[in-house]
Design a protein around this ligand. Structure first.
Ligand SMILES: [Zn+2]
Length: 206
């Protein structure tokens, strides 16, 4: 039977401009032979197709918008619900006082802000066992980003359980209970001033 059809086959070329056809168009071609009509059905489904730039542009714009929203939300969250820890420099919830990351290291000595910038009052900082530098620069162990505090203001060094406070030549000085000091061994309850920031030194014993 196959040979019969091949023998009878007549080939005609029907040309379409492909730009007038949608991808996967359903084509119905009528062939008239004498008074009879025959219908031939086929799909226009080219194997290769150029990238659909409209879709790509819409996709790129959508992804960009989502990224912008994420960045804006990230930038907005920090001052309202989080703050940067002045000691470990991590973003932590505002309610954490003292910082729970810093508390894990179990320091016996603390400094509590009693006077200075309103956002700092009540803030609890730990004094590290070896040494803690205090100042405005971000590389200090305890960052006090407050006008009047020197970039590298003072340091607290621990020797055999005693905490020695040393002024590093700060502009506005370091004061303990009203007196300007260059070096001083801190006692529990002392009030220390680094420039305009007053802090109380607390030492847990036992
Ligand atoms: Zn911390």
């Amino acid at each position: 039977m196959r040979g019969f059809y091949e023998q009878q086959a007549k080939h005609y070329l029907v040309e379409f401009d492909h730009s007038t056809l949608e991808h996967n168009s359903y084509l119905e071609i009528q062939v008239r032979i004498g008074d009879d009509y025959y219908t031939v059905n086929t799909w226009y489904a080219p194997p290769y197709r150029e990238a659909d730039w409209d879709v790509l542009v819409v996709l790129a714009v959508s992804v960009s918008l989502v990224l912008i929203v994420i960045v804006v939300l990230w930038a907005m969250r920090s001052p309202r619900i989080e703050r940067k820890c002045g000691q470990c420099h991590r973003w932590i919830p505002r309610a954490w006082n003292p910082c729970r990351h810093c508390a894990l290291t179990g320091h016996p000595a603390r400094l509590v802000v009693v006077e200075g910038e309103s956002k700092l009052v009540g803030q609890i900082y730990f004094v590290r066992r070896d040494s803690t530098t205090v100042g405005r620069s971000a590389n200090n162990g305890l960052v006090l980003d407050v006008p009047g505090v020197s970039h590298r203001h003072a340091g607290i060094h621990e020797h055999n359980g005693r905490f020695k406070l040393v002024d590093y030549g700060s502009l506005n000085g370091t004061h303990v209970d009203g007196a300007r000091i260059s070096a001083y061994y801190l006692r529990d309850g002392d009030h220390v001033m680094f420039g305009p920031v007053r802090m109380q030194f607390r030492l847990e014993t036992g």
